[in-house]
Design a protein around this ligand. Structure first.
Ligand SMILES: [Zn+2]
Length: 395
C-alpha cells in the first residue's frame, strides 16, 4: 500500500500476488485516516471471537453443504464413553433440550408450573444446569468449575460442542461432567420430592464416587463375571419407580399390570386392565408400558423410572429413540408414547425376579376393558410380594 496517497500499489501487488489474489486485495477498501490493524472475527456482529458464533458458522456451512440439519456434536465419542448407558441417554436428552424441566413440561402439556422450586425463576434447562443460584453452588467448589464456566451463555448443545472441540477436555473429564449433570438432575428431583437435603458442595463428590464404583465394577465384572441376582430396587434417581408386566392367556385376552412405588419403597398405586385382544408377547409388553405411562401421567408419577422384564420391548423403545430409523412391530405405539412423554420417564429392562409385583397384577382376573386402580393402599393379594421386595433390598 502506498501510505502517502492511501491507495494500493498496483506494481507491488503484480509482482507478489497471483492475479486472483491481487483482484481480492484491490477490493479491500482503505481507510482515509490511518488506524492500527486489529483482528476482526467476521462471524459475529461485534467482531469478537466467541464459541457461539463459531458454532453457528460451522453449523450454517455444514447445513448448506449437506442440505440438512446438522449438529456438530461428536456422538460417536459420547457413545463410546465409559459411563452407564442411562447417563448417555440422559446426555442425549439434555443436548436435545428435552429434559422434563418445568418449562419443558409446560411447553409440551400446557400443564404444571415452570417456576424453579429453588429460586422461582423460569425452570429451563439452562436455568437448571447453569443459572440457578443453587446449581452454581454445586459446580463452583468442584474440579469441573472450568467446564462449567465454558458453558456460560451457551445452549446445552453449544456447551457440549465447546467441551468437545477444545481438546483440553479428556474423555475422563467429559465422563465426569455428564455424571455431574445426571447427579444434579437426580439431586434436584430428590430434594423437591423428598425434602431430603444434601449440601451443595457434597454433590460432585457423590457423583465422583459413584463413577469410581461403576468403573471398578466394570473391571471386576469383566474378570470374574459374578452372577447377578435380580431383585427389585427402589428408583436410584427418579422419584418413582413403575414396574409393568403383561400376561397373555390362551384364548382369554391379555392382562396388563403395573405397580408404582417411591424411593422409600412406599406403595403409591397399582392398576390392572384386562383386554380381549390377544397380543403377541412383545406387543403385549409394549401395551403394558403404555398402560403404565398413562397411569403415571394421569396420577402425576413423573419424572420416574419404569422397569419391564421384556428386553425386546425395551430395546425397541431405545432404538426408536436413539435412531428413529427402522420401522418395527408396534413402533406406532412406541412413537406415540415417546411423543407424549418427551423423555420424562426412563424405561429400563430388569430381570423377572425384580418384576414379580407387576407380574402378580397382570395375572389378576378382572372385568373386560376396565381399569381397576388401587391408590394409597395396596390390594390384599399384592401385600406379600411388596414385603418380599422390601426385604430383598440390600441397604
Ligand atoms: Zn433456580
Amino acid at each position: 500500500m502506498d501510505t502517502e496517497t492511501r491507495t494500493w500499489n498496483h506494481a507491488l501487488l503484480q509482482t507478489h500476488f497471483l492475479p486472483q489474489d491481487k483482484q481480492n486485495i484491490l477490493r479491500i477498501p482503505i481507510l482515509r485516516q490511518p488506524a492500527e490493524d486489529k483482528r476482526i472475527w467476521g462471524r459475529d456482529k461485534s467482531g469478537l471471537y466467541s464459541v457461539k458464533s463459531t458454532y453457528k458458522a460451522l453449523r450454517a456451512s455444514k447445513e448448506a453443504e449437506m442440505g440438512e440439519i446438522y449438529t456438530p456434536i461428536n456422538w460417536e465419542r459420547i457413545w463410546k464413553l465409559q459411563i452407564p448407558p442411562k447417563v448417555k441417554v440422559f446426555a442425549w436428552r439434555w443436548i436435545r433440550n428435552i429434559i422434563p424441566t418445568g418449562a419443558n413440561i409446560l411447553k409440551r402439556t400446557t400443564k404444571g408450573c415452570d417456576e424453579c422450586p429453588f429460586c422461582g425463576q423460569e425452570e429451563t434447562q439452562n436455568h437448571l444446569f447453569q443459572d440457578c443460584s443453587w446449581v452454581r453452588r454445586v459446580w463452583c467448589p468442584s474440579s469441573l468449575k472450568l467446564c462449567f464456566q465454558k458453558g456460560k451463555d451457551l445452549t446445552c448443545e453449544e456447551w457440549m460442542v465447546a467441551l468437545q472441540e477444545t481438546e483440553t477436555e479428556s474423555d475422563e473429564q467429559i465422563v465426569l461432567f455428564l455424571a455431574a449433570l445426571w447427579f444434579i438432575w437426580g439431586e434436584r428431583n430428590s430434594q423437591c420430592w423428598n425434602k431430603k437435603k444434601l449440601e451443595e458442595f457434597k454433590i460432585m463428590g457423590k457423583a465422583e464416587r459413584w463413577l469410581d464404583e461403576y468403573l471398578e465394577y466394570q473391571q471386576k465384572g469383566s474378570e470374574t463375571a459374578p452372577r447377578h441376582v435380580a431383585r427389585w430396587k427402589p428408583p436410584d434417581i427418579a422419584a418413582f419407580k413403575i414396574n409393568v408386566d403383561a400376561a397373555t392367556f390362551a384364548g382369554a385376552g391379555t392382562g396388563l399390570g403395573i405397580v408404582v412405588r417411591d424411593r422409600n419403597e412406599g406403595f403409591c398405586c397399582a392398576a390392572v386392565r384386562r383386554t380381549r385382544i390377544q397380543w403377541p408377547a412383545e406387543l403385549a409388553e409394549l401395551q403394558a408400558i403404555k398402560f403404565g405411562l398413562e397411569i403415571a401421567m394421569e396420577k402425576g408419577f413423573v419424572p420416574g423410572e419404569m422397569d419391564s422384564d421384556c428386553l425386546r420391548a425395551v430395546q425397541q423403545i431405545e432404538k426408536e429413540e436413539m435412531s428413529m430409523l427402522e420401522e418395527g412391530v408396534g413402533s406406532a405405539e412406541v412413537r406415540e408414547m415417546i411423543d407424549n412423554f418427551d423423555g420424562s420417564m426412563e424405561i429400563r429392562f430388569e430381570g423377572r425376579e425384580s418384576n414379580k409385583a407387576a407380574h402378580t397384577m397382570a395375572h389378576i382376573q378382572r372385568g373386560w376393558d376396565e381399569t381397576e386402580l388401587w391408590a394409597s393402599r395396596p390390594p390384599i393379594f399384592l401385600v406379600d410380594q411388596l414385603i418380599l421386595d422390601s426385604c430383598n433390598i440390600s441397604h
